[in-house]
Design a protein around this ligand. Structure first.
Ligand code: ADP
Ligand code: MG
Length: 592
């Protein structure tokens, strides 16, 4: 293992490195820096997030540019505003002793004129997102015709986000003989194509194996019925009282809903997605960094900029569409030498995806069981016991103790402990004692739909007077219903499309909302009629009383250390509350 000095960096950079507290180069830095310093070459570097790629290209670029010139010599492209700002900030810190250095960030959502003015003052290095960069080039606000070094950071992610054309366009304004350094966590075909088309005989370095996940992250999956996803999420959180996690959803809407529901259920959660204003996003990120938020629910795109080091769990509430994205998600934990867990909540039909991911990350998943209620009670109780054990006594309490001591005069220590913990335990116990097992088995060939159909007393079946004649297949109908009813992807199920009519299910507590919505709804000029169906697939449907009670459905788990108690409802429905009236009262969790 070499030192930064041995890599050949100049004194200005070494001083900054000392200030930053970096003691030795990371692997990607050790491999990339000497190559980039000593040769004028193109480079492809593959390394996971959190491995120190910014410095791997940043130090050499700072060493090589001429700070006495005001010409733009280096261009760094990155996928998101957050990353762009992060890189700019890092570059400024690395270059703090390079007198005359000017690094400018260019990104959407902020004044283009201010940015143009900053560039005009003489930016040797520009860090940009592709969209805004392209815009500024076409408005002649920047000149990149003399750059010598271009960096494509998080190349896989930029391509995932559809920036291929923008990148091509931007690079066409740069000189032929510049050097291009491409950094990426994974190497999908599209990235290989960029390397082939835009780079000349690049040197290649790989840290770890290509597309391979870091070894200090373990991977687990939990198989549940699609509709129990949210319940499973809460149990995973309850079973890990000190969780500090990012929960990934596929869509902005699911992200918002899951976060809202978690908050309502007493967890310290926040949403991060593209429909929020920049200000809102900044606030959420600030709370997350300060650990005021324990569960950050995010879309993949929004989470790109997250560089929080001590995330304990990544939870894949839904698997991503692109398998490569999984690597990015799980790379949010296990950073900076710590261990982390990446959990995936899957339905049975998704097990194939788990196998594909295993092939790509070259790691095996552990199939785990969603903890049952009693396990969670035990974990919570032990967490409380440990917390009490580690609590420092506040001397201010002395003056209140006389009366309390009097009360417990005749209570033994043993008995006192039992009583004390029973306060919490009874609450956990009452909540979880009738909770159902959420796990579904892999082996069983039963269609998910069938077995809970007969047992599930909590879903409602509907008849709707549109069918394949109207251009619907089950997927289109499901999408349509989700859209108009503003439901999540798991909330409409068992969709069966016939010629001129169809059937579908929702949770029972959505019934009011569904029926209300379709009282005067027109689709392509025709009234759409929805009724509760008594009939399904030949079987009688009116025997729903006496079905299995889904006790889990009531109430929301234990919430977090901020101590707010859940107060009912696991679905996204608001109507259940107004409908039931008799919302189950739960003991409030004492603030602690
Ligand atoms: P990547 O781009 O690979 O995801 P970053 O460049 O963002 O990783 O670095 C991750 C974190 O590690 C940053 O906080 C950075 O300051 C820190 N870091 C980078 N290099 C070193 C090093 N050699 N020693 C200690 N910390 C480092
Ligand atoms: Mg990076």
């Amino acid at each position: 293992m070499s030192t930064f000095q041995e890599l050949g960096l100049n004194q200005d950079l070494l001083n900054a490195i000392t200030d930053l507290g970096f003691t030795k180069p990371s692997e990607v830095q050790e491999k990339a820096i000497p190559i980039l310093l000593e040769t004028e070459t193109d480079l492809v570097a593959l390394a996971q997030t959190g491995t120190g790629k910014t410095a791997a290209f940043g130090f050499p670029m700072l060493e090589k540019i001429d700070v006495n010139s005001r010409t733009t010599q280096g261009l760094i492209l990155s996928p998101t505003r957050e990353l762009c700002l992060q890189i700019t900030n890092e570059m400024k810190q690395y270059g703090k002793y390079c007198k005359g250095l000017n690094v400018v960030a260019i990104y959407g959502g902020s004044s283009i004129h201010d940015q143009a003015r900053d560039v005009k003052r003489g930016a040797q290095i520009i860090v940009a997102t592709p969209g805004r960069m392209k815009d500024m080039i076409s408005r002649r606000m920047v000149d990149i015709s003399k750059i010598q070094y271009s960096v494509l950071d998080e190349a896989d992610e930029m391509l995932n986000m559809g920036f291929k054309e923008d990148i091509t366009d931007i690079l066409s304004h740069t000189p032929e003989d510049k050097n291009t350094w491409l950094f990426s966590a994974t190497m999908p075909r599209e990235v290989a194509a960029i390397a082939k088309n835009f780079m000349a005989d690049p040197q290649e370095i790989t840290v770890g194996n290509k597309n391979e996940s870091t070894t200090n992250v373990s991977h687990e999956y939990y198989m549940v019925n699609a509709r129990d996803r949210y319940q499973a999420l809460k149990r995973l959180a309850d079973a890990n009282p000190d969780i500090f996690s990012v929960v990934f959803c596929r869509t902005k809407r699911d992200t918002q809903r899951v976060a809202e529901q978690l908050i309502e259920d007493g967890y310290s959660a926040g949403a991060l997605h593209g429909d929020l204003s920049q200000n809102q996003r900044d606030l959420v990120m600030k709370s997350f960094r300060n650990k005021q938020i324990q569960m950050l629910v995010a879309t993949d795109v929004a989470a790109r900029g997250i560089d929080v080091d001590n995330i304990t769990h990544v939870i894949n509430y839904q698997l991503p569409d692109e398998i490569e994205t999984y690597t990015h998600r799980s790379g949010r934990t296990g950073r900076a030498g710590r261990t982390g867990v990446s959990m995936v909540i899957v339905s049975r039909s998704e097990t194939r995806k788990i196998k594909s991911i295993e092939r790509i990350i070259k790691r095996k998943f552990d199939k785990k069981e969603v903890p049952d209620g009693m396990e969670i009670c035990e974990v919570q109780l032990m967490a409380l016991a440990n917390k009490i054990h580690n609590t420092e006594v506040n001397d201010e309490i002395e003056k209140y103790l006389t009366n309390i001591n009097q009360l417990f005069e005749n209570t033994s220590k043993d008995e006192l402990i039992k009583k004390f913990f029973s306060v919490e335990f009874s609450r956990f116990y009452n909540y979880y004692q009738k909770s159902k097992n959420l796990n579904v088995s892999e082996g069983s060939r039963d269609r998910e739909s069938r077995d809970d159909f007969s047992k599930n007393s909590n879903s409602a079946r509907y008849f709707i007077n549109v069918g394949s004649k109207d251009g619907f297949d089950w997927m289109k109908l499901k999408d349509f219903l989700k859209e108009v009813l503003e439901l999540g992807r798991d909330d409409v199920f068992k969709v069966e499309v016939k010629d001129s009519f169809s059937f579908f299910n929702t949770e029972k507590d959505q019934q009011e909302k569904v029926l209300a919505f379709f009282t005067d709804y027109k689709h392509e000029g025709r009234f759409v009629n929805v009724e509760v169906s008594e009939n399904r697939g030949g079987g009688r449907r009116n025997d729903r009383r006496g079905g299995r009670r889904r006790d889990d459905k009531k109430g929301g788990g234990f919430g977090n250390r901020n101590g707010r108690r859940s107060n009912g409802g696991d679905s996204y429905s608001k109507s259940r509350r107004s409908e039931s009236g008799s919302r189950e009262e739960r003991p409030r969790r004492s603030r602690r």
